[in-house]
Design a protein around this ligand. Structure first.
Ligand SMILES: [Zn+2]
Ligand SMILES: [Zn+2]
Length: 267
């Protein structure tokens, strides 16, 4: 039996590529040939007969509607309450009616409170989104846990750790300046080595000229200098803005840029 697969439904930063207002070369290429065309970030994890969405992108409906057949999510886990990662939750709340009670919506406790404020109508009759327990949940043949990470000027986000005996991966789309203690606890592999898979958000190629206090996500130059990223066996960069040109970005072996629709076996 084949193992779980991770599919990148969307790979853009919060504003999408092309920016609808922008005339830069990357946005123009995205309009004309589409190598850099990216919808907002969300992932699909499928394994052991289960379908799990990691975040509900602002473009979720278009992402799912573009698939060749229907997709029936069993579980959805939201990392943080930012527009680009959660706007699709409205579509999923409507889908619950058709899912006959089989859709499990989850988020870390602090995020549930934000979602309750954001989608008050859906929380009137019930707890529309349940708390993701600290110890995580078994899903798609793995245990999925969330851990809080600093998100620079944007406050806090969460990353997901996917694990099973002998294998560990992390999906961290929105983070900056992860402290060493946090990295030691969460960003190591199953056997004291590096992670088997790191999906890391890098919005721009190099933002070293931008004021640090306005930043919220790593850039590619920083990612290349992070020891825990280097230790990972495979690194996939996502959450990419028009500051990353897929035509010219060179990465070391084992590192790739994600693109919408990219689908990887976890092992
Ligand atoms: Zn642009
Ligand atoms: Zn964010």
């Amino acid at each position: 039996m084949s193992g779980p697969r991770l599919t990148f439904l969307g790979t853009a930063d919060s504003k999408g590529v092309p920016r609808f207002w922008c005339t830069c070369a990357v946005c123009q290429e995205a309009r004309e040939t589409g190598l850099n065309r990216r919808t907002r970030t969300g992932l699909l994890l499928q394994g052991a007969g289960e379908t799990v969405l990691l975040d509900a992108s602002a473009d979720l409906h278009a992402q799912l509607a573009a698939r060749p057949g229907p997709l029936l999510p069993d579980r959805v886990i939201i990392s943080h309450a930012h527009n680009d990662h959660l706007l699709g939750l409205g579509d999923l709340l409507d889908y619950r009616l058709y899912a006959a009670g089989s859709l499990d919506l989850r988020a870390p406790a602090t995020v549930v409170e934000d979602l309750r404020a954001r989608f008050a109508y859906a929380f009137r009759a019930q707890n529309a989104v349940e708390v993701l327990p600290e110890e995580g949940l078994p899903a798609a043949g793995l245990t999925i846990r969330a851990f809080e990470v600093p998100h620079g000027a944007n406050g806090q986000s969460h990353a997901f750790r996917l694990e099973r005996p002998g294998w560990a991966g992390v999906v961290m789309t929105d983070a900056l300046d992860v402290p060493p203690e946090l990295a030691r606890r969460w960003l190591g592999g199953a056997a004291g080595a590096g992670l088997d898979l790191l999906v890391l958000g890098t919005s721009f190629a190099d933002e070293s000229a931008a004021p640090r206090q306005g930043r919220s996500v790593y850039d590619i130059a920083e990612a290349l200098s992070l020891p825990w990223a280097h230790a990972a066996r495979r690194v996939v960069l996502t959450h990419l803005s028009h500051g990353v040109d897929a035509r010219t970005t060179a990465l070391p072996p084992g590192w790739t840029l994600a693109h919408d629709g990219l689908s990887l076996p976890l092992w």
